[in-house]
Design a binder for this molecule. Sequence first.
Ligand code: PLP
Length: 374
Amino acid sequence: MINFNKPYLTGKEMHYMYQAVYSGKISGNGLFTKKCQAFLEEKFGFKKTLLTTSCTDALEMAAILSEVKPGDEVIVPSYTFVSTALAFTRQGAKIVFADSNPRNPNMDADKIESLITPKTKVIVPVHYAGIACDMDKIMEIAKKYNLLVVEDAAQAIDSYYKGKSLGTIGHLSAFSFHETKNINSGEGGMLGINDERFIVRAEIIWEKGTNRNQFFRGEIDKYGWIDTGSSFLPSEIISAYLYAQLENMEAIQARRKHIWNRYNNGLKDWCNQHHITMPYIPDYATNCAHMFYLVFNNVSQRSAFIAFLKEREISTVFHYLSLHKSPYFKNQYEGAELPNSDRYTDCLVRLPLYYELTDADMDHIIGTIKSFNP
Ligand SMILES: *Cc1c(COP(=O)(O)O)cnc(C)c1O
């Protein structure tokens, strides 16, 4: 059976975790957390990063920092993971769902302005598959209406928009190191801060609403409860695991891009012939090879494809049921139809993509796909 995903181990994870355990400091914000944060700040150019235990946590921190209150509106794509919206509904915000582009699942930047009201506070672009949203347009709208931009860059590590790292363009951003992502620590995440105004408060929210971080730096002589917050920081064991992955980022990305390109080249003609769509990457965006997907013409064609591959022991998956139609949200949804989001819900399928897929595996998968007659 060829699995859909297999988390990659660089080999150094256990070594660093052993070091963390025997250092005698295994709670959060220790040596490995600082090493990871410094690495990420330096490589990608954030003003500040804070590791979290998930991207969901980082989004929740961003929602708190945005100071959204009940009644405030937040613009989120409907075709995304639950957490993109959930983090803001927990603060009482009203979610206004945006449709995807016709050409890829990212939010359609040309339609955002029509969703803005006097209550709008935040736009949350999701860089689907690590392919950049149209950030110039989104930042321009945000500036015009005085809104914050929180990038959901869960899938977008080491990917770029006009040469800028994704996650460094909006005011805040959230990354995931879940085992299905390019760089993983099982569960894990990071808040990226690009607007300096948020740094001090973010550290407090991260540490259960206390100013413990300032205390450790010797800036104050006792610490206490000064704000809202939670325990958002990962233990040193998780950060140690993550550091081994970060050190190997180049090799991981190179291998994933090799696999992605092999799919792209191997399936191009077959897709054209059957009017099946492959990932579209605009000129302003790079590809971090988080995902290779196909978009079929209808739901029954996609179901037949998934079943055909499953019979031949190749696992493929679809994901994201339009959030505006989810059981939790559908009764409160007041917006328009979102036809592109619904189309990706019905027609998109993800192919296996992980470091250890061999070239022989790839030839086998591509050959099997081409033997399917849609
Ligand atoms: C994976 C993912 C998340 C959630 O990440 P966790 O680390 O599991 O909380 C959020 N948004 C998007 C777009 C994702 O792909």
